[in-house]
Design a protein around this ligand. Structure first.
Ligand SMILES: [Zn+2]
Length: 262
């Protein structure tokens, strides 16, 4: 089997043989160390998630690539920390932007489940993985047996269900990723934020277990009398920094919606 996962440590984090990470300088509570801009391929390459609209970062990526030719820019989803710099980066390198959401495309071509993007002999297989956002995609880098997960799975902590996402979809997407990781014998997850995850099944099982646990906690909080999302947060997230409560509330609302529809 070709394309073993080769963890090569760089100042921007680990990489694999055909996937290199250039970290954007936007660290934060939601973005961890910053957004991972992934460069896939060789002399011809594809850039996944140019990151926020940060001129210094976009120029750094362009300069890093030197003479290499960017054939396409792909977005894992439309959130601004991934897509905000796409238009400007497209201008800098003269490449189209492909995304599930037409609002984020530049050029004719969309991007959806089942598409295969080929560059420099490596293939990216597109998986539709709605949940974190309605337009989330993951990309299977076949040659390195690595899955680019965007915000669907992060390198640390857990993903929030954004207002444009949904928990039912998210749980189905996690199950689908887990099945794919097992079937394809994935060696690494390459997330949109945080470090590379070298044990995909363990990471995905952890995510799935965490979601089930949270749902159980919410059912218990409801049984204890909590009615609104903020009441649930005050119980379930009692031991969590209050600065995170507004974010938790979005996630709790998604879970309440999900439980209501069961
Ligand atoms: Zn996001």
């Amino acid at each position: 089997m070709s394309g073993l996962y080769i963890p090569i440590d760089t100042p921007d984090g680990s990489r694999t043989e055909h996937a290199e990470n250039l970290l954007a300088p936007n660290p934060g509570m939601m973005t961890l160390d910053g957004t991972n801009t992934w460069v896939i391929g060789g002399e011809q390459c594809v850039v996944v998630d140019p990151g926020p609209d940060d001129e210094a970062h976009l120029l750094r990526v362009r300069d890093h690539l030197g003479d290499r030719n960017v054939t396409q820019i792909l977005l894992t989803h439309g959130h601004v920390d991934h897509s905000g710099g796409a238009r400007r980066f497209a201008e800098l390198v003269g490449a189209p932007v492909r995304a599930l959401d037409p609002a984020h495309r530049l050029g004719e071509e969309g991007l959806q489940d089942g598409d295969v993007v080929t560059v420099a002999g490596v293939e990216l297989h597109v998986y539709g993985t709605p949940g974190h956002s309605f337009d989330s995609l993951c990309f299977w880098l076949a040659q390195d047996r690595a899955m680019l997960t965007g915000d669907t799975v992060l390198g640390r902590g857990t993903t929030v269900i954004a207002q444009d996402g949904g928990l039912g979809d998210y749980l189905r997407s996690l199950d689908r990723l887990r099945a794919a990781a097992e079937e394809l014998e994935a060696l690494a997850l390459l997330p949109g934020h945080g470090p590379v995850l070298p044990d995909p099944l363990k990471a995905l099982d952890g995510y799935i277990a965490h979601r089930r646990e949270r749902l159980d906690q919410i059912r218990k909080a409801q049984a204890a009398g909590a009615r609104t999302a903020s009441e649930v947060v005050a119980i379930v997230y009692a031991d969590v920094d209050r600065a995170l409560w507004p974010v938790a509330e979005v996630s709790v609302r998604a879970q309440l919606d999900y439980l209501e529809r069961l």
